[in-house]
Ligand binder design. Sequence first.
Ligand SMILES: O=c1ccn([C@H]2C[C@H](O)[C@@H](CO)O2)c(=O)[nH]1
Length: 132
Amino acid sequence: MKLEALFEAAKMAHKKAYSPYSNFKVGAAILDDQDQVHIGCNVENAAYPIGCCAEQSAVSQMIVNGGTKIKDILVIGKKGQACPPCGACRQIIFEHGSKETKVHLETSAGKFVSKNIGDLLPDAFDHSHLDK
Ligand SMILES: O=c1ccn([C@H]2C[C@H](O)[C@@H](CO)O2)c(=O)[nH]1
């Protein structure tokens, strides 16, 4: 799948964001290892801390649709540009991907750059640390 298609999917989700408190719309699109696309948007709440990030919504969609592994993810924020996932979402992406999961970012010049989640979250805490 072309990156443009993932970008369009994230833009669709971005339009649906429920963010009356921050006025910051976020849309995320996941391509899973079965080449299925799953999207999500941020959903805020008057009780601020229980709001949900777009990446988290997209992961929920992937899981409920029977997807298991994130191959690529693209997140859109301000001015409809790709933006980096927050720290908590990096952890969520890591859980449902692999070290090689691609996170597609955009430079200020509008150029796409793809990074591995393993590089965006070095020395990640994962299930292996729970094993005795
Ligand atoms: O990676 C991120 C970072 C922030 N947000 C949301 C949370 C909140 O609704 C708004 C402002 O932080 O953006 C996301 O959806 N994903």
